[in-house]
Write a protein that binds this ligand. Structure first.
Ligand SMILES: [Zn+2]
Length: 102
C-alpha cells in the first residue's frame, strides 16, 4: 500500500518510482568507499568501515546507498534522475553522495 501511494504521488509530480532488489546491501555497504562488510547484525546501529575508517549510522548510511543506487539505475535506464534529487548541482545534473570520507 505504501509503495502504491508513493508511486501515485511521484507520478503526480512527474517522478518515477525505482524499486531496488530485495537483497541490495544498503546497510552493509560503506557509502564513502563502497566497501561491503560481510555481516552486520540488526542490533548494530553504528559501525566503522574497516577499509576507510568512516563511522556510519546504520540507517543514514543505508539511506545514502539507496539514494545513490536509485540515481544510478535511473541514469543507466535513461530515466529522469533529477526528480530523485532534492538539491541540484550548478549543472542541474544529479549528484551522487560521496560521503564525508576523511
Ligand atoms: Zn569505507
Amino acid at each position: 500500500m505504501f509503495v502504491n501511494f508513493l508511486d501515485y504521488k511521484l507520478k503526480a509530480k512527474d517522478g518515477q518510482l525505482v524499486k531496488l532488489g530485495r537483497f541490495f546491501p544498503s546497510s552493509k555497504t560503506c557509502s564513502c568507499c563502497g566497501h561491503l562488510v560481510d555481516e552486520l547484525t540488526l542490533n548494530v546501529r553504528e559501525w566503522d568501515c574497516p577499509k576507510c575508517g568512516k563511522r556510519h549510522d546504520r540507517d543514514g548510511n543505508a539511506a545514502l546507498n539507496i539514494r545513490n543506487e536509485g540515481i544510478r539505475i535511473l541514469s543507466n535506464d535513461g530515466g529522469n534522475p533529477v526528480v530523485a534529487v532534492p538539491r541540484r548541482s550548478k549543472t542541474n545534473k544529479p549528484r551522487m553522495w560521496k560521503g564525508i570520507c576523511q
